[in-house]
Structures are given as C-alpha cells and as structure tokens.
Design a protein around this ligand. Structure first.
Ligand code: GAP
Length: 456
C-alpha cells in the first residue's frame, strides 16, 4: 500500500462547486484576500491569510517531499525572480510570449483571440453582446522592471515569466557541485509574473502566481522512457490528492498546440465549473533550452558521459504545474454542502486530505467554565501544537465548534468532557463521517501523527 492510499478518503460524487462559494469561504475564514483591497484591489493579484498560508505551505511541502526528497536522482534549487535580460531573449519570451487580443467596439470587453468560440472568431463577433471586434493585436506578457539607481543608466529586465529558466541557468553549477549525472532532475518552486490580458476566475489565472517545475535531463535515446515515466508519476500524484478522481484526465496536445521543438506534450486537466482546464503540463522540451542558452551566453552547456566520453546537449522532460491552481482545485474538489443531521443549517465541509488540511486538530473543552476541563484541554493542546498545527476553541456550543472546524477542513476534533476526568479518555470526532470514538488521552498524539502526517 502506498502512502497516498493509506490516507485516502472515500467521497460520493457531488455537484460541481460554483467558484463564488469558494471565494466567499476563502475571504470569510482567512484563506485568500484580494490584494490592496483598501485601495480598490489589483486585478489578478491575491494575498494569502492565516489558513491560506498553512494550506499553501502544506501543498508545497508535499510536492517537495515527493519530488525532491524521495527521488535519489532529483535535487532542488531556489532561483531569483530577476535574471539577466538576455535570458528572456534566449528563451524566446521577448519575441514570442504574446497573447493575441481583440476588443469589442460596442461593450468594450477584451478577449484573448484563442479563448473565443470558433464561430465568434470567424464572424468577428463579441461573444457577450454580438458587437464588432477590433483587429487582433499582439500583447507581450512579460512584466518589465529596471535595475540600477542612476536615471538613464538603468538596465531594463523582466520579472520572470516562467520559473523554470533558473533551472537551465543553474544546470551546470548543479552538475558540478552535486554528485548527479545524467539522467537527473532539478526542481524548483517559485513565483512567476505575467501581464495576463484576461486575469480571472479567482486564483486560476493571475498576474503573480507560483509554479512548481521539474526539469529532467536525459540522453536523447532515453527521452521516450523518461517522458512516459514522469507523465505517469505526475498523473498518479494528482490522483492521490483529489477526492473526485473521475474529474482528472491526461490530455495529449493536438499537433497545432505543440511548441515547435516538442514531439509531444500532455496536460493534466481537472474538471470544475470552468470545464476541463489545465492543471499541469508535461512537456517534451528536447535540447531547445540548453542549446539556446549555450548560443546566447557563449557558454558550452553540453555534457560529457564519463564512461563513453560521448558529448551531447541533454534533452529535457519538463513537468510544470501551479501552486495556486492546486490550491484552487483542491478547494473546489473538497468543498461540500450537505444536510445537517442535527442542526437546521446545511453543513459546509472541506474534505481536504488530512496531510494538506491547514489545521490538523482542534482541542475543545466541553464547557469553558469548568477549570478541570479547561486545564486538561489546554495541556493536550500545548502538547499537540509542538508537532502539528492545532487550534484551541472554547467559544459557543460544541456543535457550532465542530461546524467551524468542518468548514476549514480540520480532520479531527478532540473533546475533553466529564468522562475524561473519570477514566482519562477523550472523544475523537472525525470530520468526514462525523463518527466519534473514545481513546486514552495519552494515545492521542501518536494516533493523530499517524493519521495526519505523510512522513511520520
Ligand atoms: N515552463 C512551462 C510553463 O510555464 P505554462 O503552461 O505556461 O508552462 C505551467 O505554466 C503551469 O503554471 C500551468 O499548468 C498552471 O498550473 C500555472 N499557470 C500558468 N499561468 C498561470 C496564471 N496566469 N495563473 C495561475 N497559474 C498559472
């Protein structure tokens, strides 16, 4: 049994969740806030609140653990957001990283040409109001910035448009400073910036977002083998995280979608209220990146095989996904409203994987005006807080407190009640089935560590 199977949660099929429900939950409970809200906000840029940052860190840590720490032939780096401007000439972004956009002359809405339905493209018609569209215009997505203090002497460069470029820049240094030999991979998680023409759908399309990349360097003769390997690995990885596995698929790119150097590419796609959408891309990058950086920098980035003495530019398999899309998709996957068997209001529950849930456990004294219960509860809370994210809650009745925890995805609540004072046992209430069992107080830490930590 794999680790992922060990903690899997069985979930019924449920209707697709409107994005607005998740946006509202995120603001109300401190997952995500609009950036600079007091100034009216900035389209396509968000901040993460107290629970959001925990969830985000868990998602990142899980990726890092399964990609870097448990793969002997993969190492990690953390590159800078700003690089030499030539990098973006070599990568092709300065010339080609463009969206083609059109405006409606009547309602003034703006669209990406490739996002318009085919009939609207052919008839040059706005999909919203039927108005006439302007001629298509090219719009570069790179965000410009300047290095230097003296006006006139400043160097124009860019906030990175994709995080993976740092990996090619550091490839030679990693090779020389680690004991890796081809085949091997370099991973990174980092921010990327794009002046998206049509940011929207909450975290789905932003102007500042975070990517996770693996660039795996291989001998050309082994490209197919490794491409297949990582494609399956990444698909299974996502499958282990979502409840609704039927909403996940691998879609091969059609020939007109492929980059000029790619023989094949696949998207891991997830179905939400927005339809089937890309979550991660598995790309056949061939020798494009290292060849271009060799050419533009003048540094030879070819590799010499120690045994055969063969010299070649390594080919690359890329797996490139988004932390923010993962955040959004996991919330859409986990969010559920169901009739409450006890109360009148429907129960909102986030069926997040226990490893990913921002808060692992809530400790609740049955009554806050009973010092003997409060003392036991606080003692347990302090003990658990050292090994996992825990909350202590004594506000309002126990039913309400359970609901508050369900809504943020806390997999376990521990209630200290009067029986605890008699026999030293506590109630362990589980989020998904709302089942309750009793366990001795001194077994709780071990029990929870086994249930909520993947690398325990
Ligand atoms: N290095 C390859 C690359 O950047 P990409 O398909 O442009 O490929 C990879 O981006 C992933 O980054 C996407 O699958 C998506 O998860 C995420 N992503 C891309 N643009 C995004 C945006 N504007 N907002 C949020 N996530 C985005």
């Amino acid at each position: 049994m794999t680790l992922i199977e060990k903690a899997e949660v069985a979930v019924q099929d449920t209707p697709l969740v409107p994005i607005e429900k998740v946006v509202s939950l995120c603001k109300r409970r401190g997952f995500v806030y609009p950036n600079s809200e007091i100034y009216g906000g900035v389209s396509g840029i968000y901040d993460f609140g107290p629970l959001g940052v925990e969830l985000r860190n868990n998602i990142r840590r899980f990726w890092w653990w399964s990609m870097v720490q448990t793969n002997d032939n993969v190492v990690g780096i953390e590159g800078s957001i700003i690089t030499h401007p030539r990098v973006w000439e070599a990568s092709g972004h300065v010339e080609n990283f463009v969206d083609i956009l059109v405006d409606c002359k009547k309602c003034k809405r703006r669209f990406r040409l490739d996002h318009l339905p085919p009939e609207n493209q052919q008839q040059n018609k706005c999909p919203e109001c039927g108005g006439e569209l302007t001629e298509p215009r090219r719009f570069n997505l790179m965000m410009e910035t300047y290095i230097g203090v003296v006006e006139g002497d400043k160097m124009k460069t860019y906030l990175r448009g994709e995080a993976c470029q740092n990996i090619y820049l550091d490839y030679d240094n990693v090779l020389k400073s680690s004991r890796q030999q081809i085949p091997f991979g370099i991973c990174q998680i980092g921010k990327a910036f794009r002046n998206e023409v049509t940011p929207g759908n909450f975290l789905f399309r932003q102007r500042e977002f975070e990517q996770w990349d693996l660039q795996f360097f291989v001998h050309p003769s082994e490209m197919t083998k490794w491409f297949e390997y990582w494609k399956e690995f990444r698909f299974e990885w996502y499958k282990g995280l979502v409840n609704h596995k039927d909403r996940l698929r691998l879609r091969p790119h059609a020939s007109d979608e492929l980059a000029h150097y790619a023989k094949q590419a696949f998207d891991v796609e997830y179905r939400t209220i927005l339809g089937w959408q890309e979550w991660e891309g598995i790309h056949w990058r061939q020798d494009w990146d290292l060849s271009r950086h060799s050419e533009y920098s003048g540094q030879d980035l070819s590799y010499t095989d120690q045994e055969t003495k063969e010299r070649y530019i390594p080919w690359i398999v890329e797996t490139s996904g988004g932390v923010d899309r993962t955040f959004l998709n996991l919330l859409l996957d986990a969010y559920e409203e169901e009739p409450d068997p006890v109360g009148k209001e429907p129960r909102t529950v986030l069926r997040l994987h226990p490893w990913i849930a921002p808060v692992k456990v809530a400790v609740l004294p049955l009554q806050k005006n009973k010092p003997e219960l409060v003392e036991r509860a606080k003692g347990l809370y302090k003990q658990l807080q050292r090994v996992m994210v825990a909350q202590y809650d004594d506000i309002s009745n126990i039913g309400r407190r359970y609901r508050r925890q369900d809504e943020i995805g806390t997999p376990f609540c521990i209630t200290i009640d009067f029986q605890t004072l008699d026999d030293g046992t506590v109630t362990v209430r589980e989020r998904d089935g709302m089942t309750q069992i009793r366990l001795p107080l001194d077994e709780i830490k071990r029990y929870l560590l086994e249930r909520v930590n993947w690398n325990y």
